[in-house]
Design a protein. Structure first.
Ligand code: HEM
Length: 141
């Protein structure tokens, strides 16, 4: 039963983090094309999205670590799993940086800086490919 719950949480968190990633990228690209900074309400929405994204990454880490402990205790899951964890670590760090930036800009009542956020979005995409490719190869049976 614990494994079912953990896997359910793991997949639910993937769903939420994915939604935040795609939604955030669309908001950024629409504003970049229109050469406009996000309005305070859009900025507030980005803040909530960023928080949801970070929360779901934390759930991914907690459920993932527990899954390893319950299903594969002491097992060497191989290079693909290390690649998955490297990507997951990068996503966590990038999400913390984005959240701090958005929090600071909302506190200072300035719009988030596109020059700071754009590379975070691009790097997150690369990290996501690492995580998903790593998961596909590691759990290939
Ligand atoms: C961004 C973060 C993460 C994403 C997007 C992600 C994605 C996935 C996906 C798609 C699967 C399904 C693979 C399959 O069943 O074929 C999976 C399973 C799994 N993940 Fe993650 N994961 C993340 C973080 C983590 C972390 C940090 C850990 C461990 C520290 C972890 C441990 C596991 C384990 C053990 C399974 C397999 C459980 C089983 O054998 O059925 N994951 N993950």
């Amino acid at each position: 039963m614990e494994i079912y719950t953990l896997k359910f949480l793991h997949f639910l968190a993937i769903f939420i983090a994915g939604g935040v990633g795609v939604g955030g990228a669309v908001i950024q690209s629409v504003h970049a094309k229109a050469k406009q900074a996000p309005s305070p309400l859009v900025g507030r929405s980005m803040q909530i999205l960023g928080f949801l994204g970070l929360g779901s990454l934390v759930v991914l880490w907690l459920s993932g670590l527990r899954l390893v402990g319950v299903i594969y205790p002491g097992a060497d899951l191989g290079t693909a799993f290390i690649i998955k964890l490297t990507g997951a670590s990068a996503l966590l760090i990038l999400s913390i940086l984005a959240n701090l930036h958005i929090y600071k800009s909302s506190k200072n009542k300035t719009p988030p800086n596109a020059n700071f956020m754009k590379p975070i979005t691009s790097l997150s995409r690369v990290a996501l490919v690492f995580v998903l490719a790593g998961a596909v190869v590691t759990f290939n049976n």
